[in-house]
Each structure stands twice: as C-alpha cells, then as structure tokens.
Design a binder for this molecule. Structure first.
Ligand code: ADP
Ligand code: ADP
Length: 231
C-alpha cells in the first residue's frame, strides 16, 4: 500500500512554485490508479515524490509501513528496487541493445551473468520482443521502445510501476496495445500501477480509481465509473 500524507512540494529559487499543496492519497496493492490533470497541475511532481526522486517539502510517503521521507540515500536506493518507472520518451540508452537496456538495472545491483541472461529472456518474452534482443533503440517503433522501457522497469521485480505519460508519444492503436500490456502485468504479476496522464481515454480504459489534480490539489477522487458517469 502507498500512502501519501499531507505532501507539499515547493520548488526553490526566488520564483517559488508551490507544485503540491497538501496531497493525501492511499493506493491499494494490486490497484491501477490514475492521476489525471492539465499540464502543470503537479502530476509529475506527485509521482516523483512516490519514489523520492523529488523530495517533498513536507509530509510523508509511506510504502508498506516504511516512511521513505525518513530514509537515508542508501536506504532509498534499496527501496527504489521495489518501484519501477517508465517515461513518455522511454529514456533508453541508445548505445545499448534491447537486451542490454533491460539488463542495465540488474548489472547495477551486481546480478550474475546467468541470472541476468534468464531474467532478460523472460522479460523479452513478457513484452513480446524476443526477436528484437539484438536491435538498438533507433531500430524500434515507439511502441516497441516503450515495451523495452517496461521490461527494464520490471527487471528488479518491483511491486510498484510508475508510468509518467507513458503513452503520450504514441498513436492511438499503439497506446491501446501498451495499455493492454500494463493490464496484463497488473493481473499476472500483481503489480500496483500508478498512471499519470492528461488523456481521459487512458484512465477510462485501464484505471480502477483516479485522482483529478488541479494546481497541486486533489479536486476529485474515486472509482472511474463514479467520476466519469454524468448524472
Ligand atoms: P504536470 O506533471 O501536471 O505537468 P509538474 O509536476 O511537472 O506538472 O509541474 C507542477 C508545477 O511545478 C508547474 O508549475 C511547474 O512549472 C513546476 N515545476 C516542475 N518542476 C520544477 C522544477 N524542477 N523547478 C521549478 N518548478 C518546477
Ligand atoms: P508498434 O509501435 O509497432 O505498433 P506495438 O507495441 O503495438 O508496436 O507492438 C509491437 C509488436 O509486439 C507487434 O508486432 C505486436 O503484435 C506484438 N505484441 C503486442 N503485444 C504483445 C504481447 N503481449 N506479447 C507478444 N507480442 C505482442
């Protein structure tokens, strides 16, 4: 379970921006949770607070009874293995093949060659890219690149997957196939998924619950069927 308690985030400098103004939120294990809102609403800041890539100015981030805001950098590094992330522009390493991109986080944690090989093969199979292992990112379509991003994010067996506008750079049909893959991962691996998007259709398609964020405040939160059904 992910609990955010009264999270605020003010970006520093002279022009102080209050990006988050007291966010309270609980995301259950196994849920697909959507965070929706206009550009600049604070979605990206919020999701980056979940893995502490962004340090909240105040408030608590509690994951499975552990308060991440009280952890040292080395404790956080260990904790982040439980939290995978994918991005709008994929963030793949262009000089590495598909297989090498997926292997990267495993190399960082010092996994053996044997373990890496098996894990990469099973992840390639999971995302449907077994025949692309030796290709470079530049040789892939957008949808295929995001599949590599997903495989890499799952390499350390996380319990949580954060998706920051993961389908925003993709056409509608490719978006659909990536959303189906995320649903499949949620069902088969039981991974909790947090989806940030400005696209209502994405939320309607896969999310169980959703929070609508506006100027750093949650305006509405609930089941997708309740929030998007007009009276
Ligand atoms: P969203 O993801 O909904 O587009 P963001 O979380 O990226 O929103 O941004 C929320 C607000 O915080 C915006 O006003 C944005 O300009 C500001 N902001 C985001 N990142 C930074 C930063 N690193 N430094 C200063 N301001 C930032
Ligand atoms: P594109 O950008 O080329 O449309 P997609 O992400 O839609 O990329 O799909 C890439 C390839 O993987 C396609 O050939 C598709 O048929 C195949 N594919 C899609 N989902 C799966 C899956 N779950 N398992 C295996 N193969 C898949």
């Amino acid at each position: 379970m992910i609990t955010l308690k009264n999270i605020t985030k003010t970006y520093g400098g002279s022009a102080q921006v209050q990006a988050l103004k007291g966010i309270n939120l609980t995301i259950e294990d196994g849920e697909i949770f959507g965070i929706i809102g206009k550009s600049g609403a604070g979605k990206s800041t919020l999701v980056r607070c979940i893995n502490m890539l962004e340090k909240p100015t105040s408030g608590q981030v509690i994951i499975d009874d552990k308060d991440l805001t009280k952890m040292s950098e080395s404790q956080l590094r260990a904790e982040r293995k439980n939290i995978g992330m994918i991005f709008q522009h994929f963030n793949l390493l262009s000089s590495r093949t598909v297989a090498e991109n997926i292997a990267f986080p495993l190399e960082l944690i010092g996994a053996s060659k044997d373990v890496i090989e098996k894990k990469v093969a099973s992840l390639l199979d999971l995302v449907g890219l077994s025949d692309r292992a030796g290709n470079y990112p530049s040789q892939l379509s957008g949808g295929q690149k995001q599949r590599v991003g997903i495989a890499r994010a799952l390499a350390s067996d996380p319990k949580i997957l954060l998706c920051d506008e993961a389908t925003s750079a993709l056409d509608p049909q490719t978006t659909k196939s990536i959303l189906e893959l995320l649903q499949d991962i949620n069902k088969r691996l039981g991974i909790t998924i947090v989806v940030i998007t400005h696209e209502m259709a994405v939320v309607k398609e896969i999310c169980h619950r959703v929070a609508v964020i506006e100027s750093g405040v949650i305006k509405e939160m609930g089941r997708v069927v309740d929030i998007f059904t007009n009276p």
